[in-house]
Design a protein around this ligand. Structure first.
Ligand SMILES: *Cc1c(COP(=O)(O)O)cnc(C)c1O
Length: 383
């Protein structure tokens, strides 16, 4: 257990079972999942509503292709569209975040007749050729070039640079409402509004990648609802099936009307849509987004008072939090796992990412703060 390698992502902690915010190793050790499952379990691990929906659906019909209407897809579709801003009226399911963004970029191109994509520095949109082309980090891109090109990058958060990059040749602007992988970067006020205005003026599609910000994490079902800006295409995945592999896009009518042929064999399969329907319904009916907002404020305040002097800042919204450390995040993440049984993820060199399940309660949050204090500010403890 001494050579944990968080850089390559290999963590020699064999996980056997999960429940709520906890993961259990084969030897029975209990870990707090404070982000290690990449925001994929908003309702917590093995949530009974999702488990039941999946078991029942798998027993009835595990798969039939998407040309046949099935109840679980209809339910998931209706729930997804109902949860999205009013002007987003039609949806399509895929299997992952990168596929959702591929579809968004393809549909933006076919609906506008243009090819140019504008993306932001420090963005992450996925690892297939198209989404990867709109992703910032060279480490992910260089070995695989040439990618599906025609992407121009502008500094994230710089409204003026964005507005001047968008013209009548632009097919889409793709942005994360809050950047996740890039270090939990919250854009300045007015930035997403500018993105909306300049894309509307140019006739381009505004794509919000809500793969990480969505599913209630930032305090609303979708982060764009918190800022009151509706994109033309919203993409989702990660938490959509509470751990099952499903992604999706929700679009305005003009995008759907201009969409050329696109599909995937497993699109909207019965089992994954049963999971998505159960996940969205439970999040909405039990008001977990509001709880996420409260717990985000609580966690931020408690962390500030416990380790405020030892960190640079805490950024984010709801339970999408980035703790900017004064030292390397990899080492802190390793110590948290080994010494405190807390699983958290670095996002960039010095940022620790906290994305716990939205169902985390105050006592669990207190435990998380204590564990972080023990690793980040051990001397404070000894006083
Ligand atoms: C994780 C992520 C993706 C890619 O999702 P995959 O399911 O891994 O393909 C895309 N965009 C954002 C913002 C993400 O966080």
């Amino acid at each position: 257990m001494s050579d944990l390698d968080f850089v390559s992502g290999t963590k020699p902690i064999p996980i056997e079972r999960g429940e709520g915010v906890y993961l259990y190793a084969r030897d029975g050790t209990e870990y707090v999942d404070a982000g290690a499952s990449y925001a994929c379990t908003p309702l917590g691990h093995s949530h009974p509503a999702v488990v039941e929906a999946v078991q029942e659906q798998a027993g009835k019909l595990t798969f039939v292709d998407s040309s046949y209407p099935v109840r679980s897809r209809e339910n998931a579709y209706a729930a997804l569209v109902a949860s999205a801003p009013d002007d987003l009226t039609q949806a399509w399911f895929c299997n992952s975040g990168t596929e959702a963004n591929e579809a968004a970029l393809k549909f933006a191109r076919s609906a506008t007749g243009n090819s140019k994509i504008v993306a932001a520095t420090r963005s992450f949109h996925g690892r297939t050729m198209g989404s990867l082309a709109a992703t910032w980090k060279d480490k992910y891109k260089k070995p695989f070039e040439p990618l599906a090109g025609d992407v121009e990058f502008v500094p994230y958060g710089d409204a003026e640079a964005l507005a001047s990059a968008v013209d009548e040749e632009t097919a889409a602007v793709i942005l994360e409402p809050i950047q996740g992988e890039g270090g939990i970067n919250v854009p300045p006020e007015g930035y997403l509004e500018t993105a909306r205005e300049c894309t509307t003026d140019a006739g381009a599609a505004l794509v919000f990648d809500e793969v990480q910000t969505g599913m209630g994490r930032t305090g609303q079902m979708w982060a764009c609802q918190g800022v009151g800006v509706t994109p033309d295409i919203l993409t989702t995945a990660k938490g959509l099936g509470n751990g099952l592999p499903i992604g999706g896009i929700v679009v305005r009518d003009w995008i759907a009307d201009g969409a050329a042929s696109h599909n995937a064999t497993f699109s909207g399969g019965p089992v994954v849509t049963a999971a998505a329907h159960a996940t969205i319904s439970t999040l909405v009916e039990e008001e977990w987004p509001a709880h996420a907002a409260e717990m985000g404020d609580y966690l931020t305040a408690e962390l500030e008072s416990a380790v405020g002097d030892e960190i640079r800042e805490i950024r984010g919204e709801g339970l999408l939090l980035g703790v900017e450390l004064k030292r390397g995040a990899n080492r802190v993440a390793r110590d948290l796992a080994l010494e405190q049984q807390v699983l958290a993820l670095p996002a960039g060199r010095t940022v620790l990412r906290l994305l716990p399940p939205l169902v985390i309660d105050e006592a669990e949050a207190d435990g998380l703060v204590e564990a972080m204090a023990a690793v980040i500010a051990p001397t404070t403890d000894a006083q």
